[in-house]
Design a protein around this ligand. Sequence first.
Ligand code: 13P
Length: 305
Amino acid sequence: MATNMDSKVFANILRLKEKRQAIILAHSYQSEEVQQIADYVGDSFGLSVQAKENSAQVVVFCGVHFMAESAYILAPHKTILLPEKTAGCPLADTIDYEGLQAAKAQYPNATVVCYINSSAKVKSISDICCTSSNALQVITGVDNDQILFVPDKNLAHYVAQHTKKQIIPWAGACVTHQRVSLNDVALIRQHHPDAVIAVHPECEPEIVDQADFVGSTTAIIQYAVSCTQTKVVIGTEMGVVTQLKAKCPTKTFYLLAPGLVCPNMKKTRLQSIEKALIHMETKITVSEDIRIQAKTALERMLTYK
Ligand code: 13P
């Protein structure tokens, strides 16, 4: 329940948002209060489209660093604010520019497909980006049978199962999704045998194999709302369950494993947004040479809906 303090901050954010002519974008992993104040809540793909196409000149990006960076790459004339500057992505940090250069030297004929969970510098030497919502379409559309897929090995494994192309994975993974174990799946099946399980492809392959549905956060939400089952188990960050409970009160949603919380996503609070709009901080930018190269890879991605 909202406290007096929360409602004051909420009202102040709305006032500041108007004054700054800003839009608030939030990833589905954000807390309930942040999702409530956001103008748009979505997955990495939807957020990139919004950042690029929305006419607001100030974007408060409630997510993690690579998301705000991608927004700047696509819309450098806008002011992109990341309310919590230390909100990073350990998965994105598993690969750097030098690491990708070395992998490219090892596979000189491969096309580099880079998950959006990566730095601008990594994107700048990739051929095309993808998100979890269009990774399969991107792989299919690439005119090469050998693909270096970075940095998520679980998403790489998932796409490899749906293509005849050779997928060479980087060994990164998301610490939050990695937490789901086969034991969690067995327990859920035992306690809720009539429920369906929907998971994110960042989960381990053995978990993905057990799921009834695999997709991005937005795809999971659409599936959970529209499927005929009234009990749905969610195998991704808990923010998705929060959103589903609000969207679909007639169904019951369970989290597949305890501790499915992304600590970086949860750093942003209402107070962070308020501060960001007061001080116009933290502005995220990318050097122009890197931005131009990374933009090519990101814009190619946006052609795959
Ligand atoms: P999507 O937003 O594509 O579902 O991916 C989730 C994620 O990796 C956020 O870091």
